[in-house]
Design a binder for this molecule. Structure first.
Ligand code: DAH
Length: 341
């Protein structure tokens, strides 16, 4: 039996040394050490041995098993090292070849303008508020003091979502004034940019969806001087320190008094040109002192607090800033157009 065991050891170690793959090593392990393997077969005959021989052969059998296992382990390290080397060889990478360029997008020009405007307002202590685009008529009109027969409530002007005219796509960002006062309370200093919807035909200056930026400041002792001072400061931040502005009386249901603000045409300096349609001035925004009824509708006492509000169209501002003549370009998302910014 001793010879048998030595023969197994020799054969096994030789075969293992020649193995070139992990799978070959595994079948050799099964062949020699497995339950039906050669070593096990020899051990099964040990019952017929004498009491003196049995421990001697037993020990030898253990040694043979250990040396076969060790050989497998050593060879398996060699095999995997060779496999790695082969892979590295096959997969060599030339790091000096120029890479494939992934085309990278950038911010939409109008949102770039919006981000600049937000920065200016944040710098002046304003908070940014968000409001729903699907809005209640109560917020879009009623709490803003719009009378029941106000033309903007008409089905021909506004997208209603329910037969009873109670839910709509907001036609202005002004309802966020109400929501902000209700949830945040006063004093407040906020702007709220967002999409608004109106039943307008698409042309160079109209779209059924466009963007507004709403602003609201309410505190003790706020006057028309604060309105003018704040808006002048902001407009000069956007258009440059030399920009001239003027305020004209106007009417909005939610402000009293109300005004519109114009800037002197930056193209012609006020003489009159196609950009300002010969006027010398460009209408920029609507504003006014928050109507006492609106304050009361939000639980704010107009005897104690006053405020001003303003709203302007973002598209017009962006068009002016980039000297784009047609609003449709802003929404068509033609890469050839957007790439220019
Ligand atoms: N909501 C008005 C519009 O869509 C714009 C506006 C005017 C907003 C005056 C205001 C304001 O907050 O005070 O035409």
């Amino acid at each position: 039996m001793k010879e048998q065991l030595e023969a197994i050891r020799k054969k096994a170690i030789e075969a293992i040394g020649g193995a070139e793959a992990a799978a070959d090593l595994e079948s050799l392990r099964v062949k020699y050490l497995g339950k039906k393997g050669e070593l096990t077969a020899v051990l099964k005959q040990m019952g017929g041995l004498s009491a003196e021989l049995r421990p001697v052969i037993g020990q030898l059998a253990n040694e043979v098993r250990a040396s076969v296992e060790k050989a497998i382990e050593a060879q398996s390290a060699i095999v995997s090292e060779r496999a790695l080397a082969a892979r590295l060889e096959a997969e060599t990478l030339d790091v000096t070849i120029p890479g494939k360029k992934v085309p990278q997008g950038h911010k939409h020009p109008m949102y770039a303008v919006l981000d600049d405007i937000k920065e200016i307002f944040i710098g002046m202590g304003f908070e940014i508020f968000d409001g729903p685009e699907i809005e209640r008529a109560e917020y879009n009109f009623t709490k803003l003091n719009a009378p029941e027969d106000h033309p903007s409530r008409d089905w021909t002007d506004t997208f209603y979502l329910t037969e009873d005219s109670s839910v709509l796509l907001r036609s202005q960002t002004s309802p966020v004034q109400i929501r902000a006062m209700e949830t945040h309370g006063v004093p407040i200093r906020m702007i709220s940019p967002g999409r608004v919807y109106r039943k307008d035909e698409v042309d160079a200056t109209h779209s059924p969806m466009f963007h507004q930026i709403e602003g609201l400041v309410v505190d003790k002792g706020i006057t028309m001087a604060d309105l003018k001072g704040t808006l002048n400061t902001i407009i000069r931040e956007i258009y440059g320190p030399e920009t001239k502005t003027r305020f004209r009386p106007h009417h909005f249901p939610f402000t009293e008094p109300s005004c519109e603000m114009d800037i002197q045409c930056h193209k012609c300096g006020g003489v009159g040109c196609p950009t300002c349609k010969g006027e010398g001035w460009i209408e920029l925004l609507g504003a006014g002192m928050v109507h006492p009824k609106v304050l009361r509708n939000c639980g704010v006492d107009p005897e104690e607090y006053s405020g001003f509000a303003f709203g302007f169209g973002l598209e017009r501002l962006a068009l002016g800033q980039y000297k784009i003549s047609d609003m449709r370009l802003i929404f068509e998302n033609d890469i050839r157009f957007l790439e220019q910014f």
